[in-house]
Design a protein around this ligand. Structure first.
Ligand SMILES: C[S@@+](CC[C@H](N)C(=O)[O-])C[C@H]1O[C@@H](n2cnc3c(N)ncnc32)[C@H](O)[C@@H]1O
Length: 155
């Protein structure tokens, strides 16, 4: 089983990169996992709606080009479906048990995710009603995948 995380932008904060490395190592016995970074568009000052939509579309098309056919795609979105950690663990395992060999999680950039991606995904997943920075979202997602695959009995 393989998990891809497609995320917009590079992470510059060392504490987040250290956390990501930490969980990638811990996840090694449980699954193969790969992060694909998408180039982030520059956001102009006084951004208008048209410019915002254009940025989301450009980033969105880059994301779509990285999604492998046959992968079960989950977009991370504040307005998506909420789950507790136990439900998330069951969701991960059930997806792989249903025959999918790959899951792809998609995390948007500073402006979010293109609507087309959310519509085309198999599921939209919310981690809470709060909006987290996209860099931190990568770390939170890895920690929850680790919890889901390694510690079911404690959830
Ligand atoms: C800074 S947020 C984007 C905020 C943007 N205003 C929006 O409405 O989507 C960047 C990305 O992090 C992810 N994200 C942030 N908070 C989240 C949450 N509570 N649940 C799921 N994903 C979240 C989403 O993929 C989002 O596109």
């Amino acid at each position: 089983m393989k998990i891809y995380i497609i995320a917009v932008g590079k992470i510059k904060q060392n504490y987040i990169n250290d956390g990501i490395d930490f969980y990638l190592k811990k996840l090694r016995p449980y699954c193969e996992i790969e992060i694909k970074e998408i180039e982030e568009e520059k956001i102009p000052q006084n951004l208008n709606e048209k410019e915002k939509e254009e940025i989301l579309r450009k980033e969105g098309e880059r994301i779509l080009s990285k999604i492998k056919k046959g992968s079960f795609v989950v977009s991370l979105a504040v307005e998506g479906k909420g789950m507790d950690s136990y439900e998330f663990s069951k969701f991960l395992k059930a997806t792989f048990q249903s025959g999918y060999r790959e899951m792809t999680f998609v995390i948007g950039g500073s402006l979010g995710l293109w609507e087309n991606i959310k519509k085309q995904s198999h599921a939209n997943l919310s981690f809470s009603k709060m909006t987290f920075p996209h860099q931190l979202m990568r770390l939170i997602l890895l920690e929850q995948i680790y919890l889901a695959l390694s510690k079911e009995n404690y959830l």
